[in-house]
Ligand binder design. Structure first.
Ligand code: URA
Ligand code: SF4
Length: 182
């Protein structure tokens, strides 16, 4: 078994924080081991909790649409979240929950070793880079501890906002141009 499969198994049975008590399914990241890009969201929603797969609800449809418009195939990228179990009512995961779950994201990053990590939305940006303000910082690259990150909006924020959707698509096109040069 690959180490990534091992991690996925650990996530599915994890009881490190209280979110394990209310989840239906834990949601490990998914995508090929040789993915060049990793996309990181906040936490599973209702649909993800039901299916045990990331970004398969309304936000996931947007993400898939945006990826395709920028020339990526969803099957070729790695998709995951800061926190792997659904917070009740889709509240923002607490600092303690984020801290508990962090080792899984770190293991995913180590194993996939992507060229760049696309951090989507304020929660992921705060958790991973200690900075929010996505409205100001979207489209930027941040290098931290030998890992390269790209900041953009969370696809859920674009569901009822066509203008933001257009901006997200532009950002992901910029990201696509960056990746071919890496
Ligand atoms: N929102 C997220 O942040 N992650 C998912 O997997 C689904 C919705
Ligand atoms: Fe474990 Fe993370 Fe789920 Fe908490 S959210 S139970 S740390 S997998």
């Amino acid at each position: 078994m690959s180490e990534l499969e091992n991690i996925r198994g650990q996530v599915r049975t994890c009881t490190k924080c209280d979110l394990c008590k209310t989840r239906t399914n834990a949601v490990p990241g998914e995508g090929p081991l040789d993915a060049q890009i990793m996309f990181v969201g906040e936490a599973p929603g209702r649909e993800e909790d039901r299916k045990g797969r990331p970004f398969v609800g309304a936000a996931g449809k947007k993400l898939t649409e945006v990826l395709e418009k920028a020339g990526f195939s969803r099957d070729h990228v790695y998709i995951t979240n800061v926190v792997k179990c659904r917070p009740p009512g889709n509240r923002v995961p607490s600092d303690a929950e984020q801290a508990m779950c962090k080792t899984y994201l770190e293991s995913e990053i180590r194993n996939i070793n992507p060229k760049i990590i696309c951090v989507m939305g304020n929660t992921a940006s705060n958790s991973i880079l200690g900075q929010g303000e996505i409205t100001k910082n979207h489209g930027k690259i941040v290098d931290r501890d030998g890992v390269r990150y790209f900041l953009t909006f969370h696809p859920a924020a674009t569901i009822y906002n066509q203008e933001l959707l257009a901006t997200l698509i532009e950002d992901i096109k910029v990201l696509a141009d960056i990746v071919v040069k890496l």
